[in-house]
Write a protein that binds this ligand. Structure first.
Ligand SMILES: NC(=O)c1ccc[n+]([C@@H]2O[C@H](COP(=O)([O-])OP(=O)(O)OC[C@H]3O[C@@H](n4cnc5c(N)ncnc54)[C@H](O)[C@@H]3O)[C@@H](O)[C@H]2O)c1
Length: 423
């Protein structure tokens, strides 16, 4: 099939590469020329395990990236994968989405074949039908008989995105007609997963609800963890016992610094705003955010309890990315921790296996180091903020610290008896 993916970021690029890998002919439309150049050279602009291999095998054959919307008349299915970042009040900014819809419409004005426009970006329920559909029909001058509309939410996890694409828990396709759904189904032929077809609005809501539920599990575990810490109980022993219950399951019960990244915080906030606009008080969702926002300050308070006032203290930070296996620092919990430490006058050395360059955009003047050992040299204390597997192997490097005070925000070290933010 001929597929066009609009937006070559984390979701768009991974999806486009995997669609090409499935045997489709894929065009990525991007507005960022640097990304286009890199993609067309087979260089992934983001780090994602396995992505480079797929780009090397498909670029120039079945995958191409371009800036303008030309030669798209023969596209079977469009996937819109542009960002939907939060606005100041937390609601989703749909500007990129409407621009993409308008541009696609103009590009397919004269096309004769039946085409399907699929929204993959995470959008509030109602958006595909109230923003994308009318915008696209207007700019294309075509009718709903000749264009189908679908919503196909993306559930990939950064750092494991290729594997998640190839082995998803489910594929959700919401559509306005059976023909539209059938065409999008065809795109995924070759991926073995339960296929769930719904209304467009339900598909949009499934994505927000899934992310909010996962965020709730994390905040719940953190609230229990904070109490366990006061009671002298190991929350990891507790959640291990809890997670064996099949009604609960063991995933996302890791207490710690809380959730970050480009999705959970923004999606929970967007759902809160959506509820409020509809005169519903989202009590539980608001608490999920409140608990999450409290965790970074908890680790800073604990640090102060252990080493006293932080002014002029040398704090080594291990881990900047919002989670392991990615260079993404968007809404990483390390950002509020760093902000608080700097405000209190601490001196920071920081090490991350992959996310240093990304963090330089937020803190260009932090003392970044090439190895964990260098960051630990002479430190008064160390905070572990990302669960990088390579941190498991750190051992004698801790001897380079001035005082061996180590506090984990993520439970990853192999050393015995290390204290954590809530254990
Ligand atoms: N990152 C994730 O883990 C993840 C997972 C599931 C869903 N999502 C959702 O997918 C969407 C995209 O997220 P992302 O992380 O890939 O964002 P991103 O910022 O990494 O990528 C968006 C890309 O779209 C491009 N773009 C913007 N407007 C454009 C236009 N008019 N034409 C062409 N390109 C345009 C940008 O230059 C950028 O490269 C969001 O709605 C997000 O919530 C993200």
């Amino acid at each position: 099939m001929k597929i066009t993916v609009v937006g070559g970021g984390y979701v768009g690029l991974v999806s486009a590469a995997c669609f090409a890998d499935l045997g489709h002919n894929v065009t990525i439309i991007e507005i960022d020329n640097q990304k286009i150049d890199e993609i067309n050279k087979g260089i992934p602009p983001i780090y994602e395990d396995g992505l480079e291999e797929i780009l090397k095998a498909t670029v120039g054959k079945s995958l191409v990236s371009q800036a303008d919307y030309h030669d798209l008349e023969d596209t079977d299915v469009f996937f819109i994968c542009v960002g939907t970042p939060p606005q100041d009040d937390g609601s989703a900014n749909l500007t990129y989405l409407s621009q993409a819809a308008e541009s696609i419409g103009t590009a397919i004005r004269g096309a004769k074949k039946y085409q399907v426009i699929t929204v993959k970006s995470t959008v509030p329920p109602g958006t595909t039908e109230s923003v994308v559909l009318p915008g696209l029909l207007r700019s294309s001058g075509r009718t709903e008989e000749s264009i189908g509309f679908c919503m196909n939410p993306e559930f990939l996890r950064e750092g494991r995105a290729i594997d998640d694409f190839k082995n998803p828990d489910r594929i959700v396709i919401g559509g306005n007609t059976n023909d539209a759904i059938a065409l999008v189904k065809q795109v995924y032929a070759g991926v073995s997963a339960p296929l769930i077809t719904t209304s467009i609005k339900a598909a949009e809501m499934i994505k927000y609800t899934s992310n909010s539920f996962l965020a709730m599990k994390i905040s719940f575990s953190n609230e229990i963890g904070n109490l366990c810490k006061k009671l002298g109980i190991n929350v990891y022993e507790v959640m291990n016992g809890v997670g064996y219950d099949h009604r609960i399951n063991p995933h996302f019960l890791n207490a710690g610094l809380g959730f970050g990244g480009s999705c959970f915080p923004k999606d929970v906030m967007a759902l809160i705003r959506l509820a409020e606009k509809n005169n519903e008080e989202p009590i539980l969702l608001k608490s999920v955010i409140t608990v999450n926002e409290g965790q970074p300050e908890k680790i800073v308070s604990l640090l102060t309890e252990r080493i006293g006032a932080l002014s002029d203290k040398h704090i080594a930070i291990l881990g900047l990315a919002f989670k392991d296996n990615t260079d993404d620092v968007r809404d990483s919990r390390s950002i509020p921790v760093i902000q608080s430490l700097l405000k209190k006058g601490a001196k920071i050395t920081a090490y991350d296996p992959m996310a240093t360059e990304s963090m330089k955009r937020y803190y260009p003047n932090l003392n970044y180091k090439q190895t964990a050992g260098e960051a630990l040299e002479g430190a008064d204390a160390c905070l572990v903020l990302t669960e990088w597997p390579e941190f498991k192997a750190i051992d004698s490097e801790f001897n380079r610290m001035k005082t061996k005070v180590i506090i984990e925000g993520r439970r990853i070290l192999s050393l015995d008896g290390i204290e954590g933010v809530c254990w």
